[in-house]
Design a protein around this ligand. Structure first.
Ligand code: PMP
Length: 449
């Protein structure tokens, strides 16, 4: 199809995600023809480094020979079949292997097909568990400010980003939202290396007061990604684990974005050496090839649903594509690649390279903070550095960086005033350098005015 025709049809019939479609009048969507490694190529042959892993899903680069093979081999056997009453080897292998590598105590895997759906399932499981164990009052969820857990109504209810949530407020569940960590603008004047998570008091107070009504606390461990890559220290998670134990509340970890190596460990909870009661995973689970998500739980939670059918204790929740064999085969291969290609070890010099960029970016007059965890780094642009005053959102500085970076051949999709890197874990240091240079140049240009 000719590019002009492609764009005409796109304009006429397609509605893109998380997009003000009118922006396409000035900047049409870029038609991608193929991809290789960390590069996307448009139909004119122009390349773009995928600095955001295509919405945080891609782990080992595009068009990966091993993942291509795993997909093809499985497609030749069975692409999909119903997962109720039937099972298959890729799902069984994946479930067993996930339980092996996940934080201790997680033994059961429930399959869904996208991150929001996994969050919905986890919330429902927690709620139902308490109903079936004599705690019917435990119906509400606690989350933190600026949290992001997806766009479906349950997930939005526990979210804290007003931009995505506010308009839907009348449709949402009533829960508790507490002030979460905000390390760049820490109200206690601490920094990530010397703090004791003083800000955890807000969580403690809410839970102590309302624990009888609370089913679970849900949180994105270590990095609140959609909030602008807000990074906070593991001590917060340690305290959360203790608090949940003390008051009989589930700890739901949403590692949909941070799982699978992004933070420098396979799972972010490892940094705090804690295990959640429910763990949601998605995105990188298939290397960025196909939608798949899972909820892992402990035996105790599972057992509360296990009884004669007539007790109606079963978790009667399903998705047509539950346990899709193609996606499961890919996910098994992802775990093989992690191990055989020593991916986490290979990240170490790249993480060091990112760390070396901190001083350079923070020397810019309009950069308030360069923060990093693992292979995720974020640069927060501010109008006033001393007062840490944000640029008004209406100025769309981040969007201006996005446009400029595209011209220079990089896909950086900032979150508000925060420009970030979340590249595939296999990116070369040289490519990371190119990405950093594009971001630097774009930030200089966009903050000059
Ligand atoms: N939780 C987190 C932490 C996420 O970052 C996302 C997606 N950005 C989701 C949930 C929702 O996942 P999905 O987009 O697959 O519904």
């Amino acid at each position: 199809m000719e590019k002009a025709e492609l764009l005409r049809l796109d304009r006429r019939h397609v509605w893109h995600p998380c997009t003000q479609e009118k922006d396409h009048e000035a900047l049409p969507p870029i038609p991608i023809a193929r991809a290789e490694g960390v590069y996307l190529f448009d139909v004119d042959g122009k390349s773009y480094i995928d600095g955001v892993s295509s919405w945080w899903v891609n782990l080992f680069g595009h068009n990966h020979p091993r993942l291509n093979r795993a997909l093809g081999e499985q497609a030749g056997k069975v692409a999909h079949h119903i997962f109720a009453g039937f099972t298959h080897e890729p799902a069984v292998t994946l479930a067993a292997r996930l339980c092996e590598v996940a934080p201790p105590g997680l033994e059961k895997v429930f399959f869904t097909d996208n991150g929001s759906a996994a969050v919905e399932a986890a919330l429902k499981m927690s709620f139902q568990y308490w109903r079936q164990t004599g705690h019917a009052d435990k119906t509400r969820f606690v989350s933190i400010s600026e949290a992001y857990h997806g766009e479906t109504l349950g997930a939005l209810s526990v979210g804290g980003c007003g931009l995505y949530k506010d308009i839907y407020q009348p449709l949402l569940l009533d829960g508790f939202q507490v002030q979460g960590p905000d390390c760049y603008r820490c109200p206690y004047g601490r920094n990530r290396n010397n703090c004791d998570a003083e800000c955890f008091t807000a969580m403690e107070e809410t839970v102590a007061e309302h624990h009888r009504k609370i089913a679970a606390v849900i949180i994105e461990p270590l990095i609140q990604c959609a909030a602008g890559m807000r990074i906070y220290p593991p001590i917060y998670l340690k305290k959360l684990r203790e608090l949940c134990d003390r008051w009989q509340i589930h700890y739901i970890a949403d590692e949909i974005a941070v799982g699978f190596g992004r933070t420098g460990r396979l799972f972010a909870n490892e940094h705090a050496a804690v295990s959640p009661d429910l763990l949601c995973l998605s995105k990188g689970i298939t290397g960025g090839y196909m939608p798949l998500a899972v909820v892992l739980t402990g035996r105790n939670l599972y057992d509360a649903f296990y009884d004669d059918y007539s007790t109606l204790k079963a978790f009667l929740h399903s998705h047509s594509y539950s346990g899709n064999p193609l996606a499961c085969a890919l996910a098994c291969e992802v775990l093989n690649i992690f191990k055989e290609e020593r991916i986490l070890e290979g990240m170490v010099p790249k993480m060091a390279f990112l760390a070396s960029q901190k001083d350079r970016f923070e020397a810019l007059p309009q950069v308030g903070e360069f923060r990093q965890q693992g292979l995720v780094a974020a640069i927060e642009m501010v109008r006033d550095k001393t007062g840490k005053t944000p640029y008004p959102w209406q100025e769309r500085r981040g969007y201006a960086v996005y446009r400029r970076a595209l011209e220079k051949g990089a896909l950086l999709r900032p979150l508000g005033n925060v420009v970030y890197f979340m590249p595939p874990l296999t990116i070369e240091t040289l490519e990371l350098g190119q990405l950093a240079d594009v971001a630097y140049e774009a930030i200089v240009a966009v903050t000059a005015a």
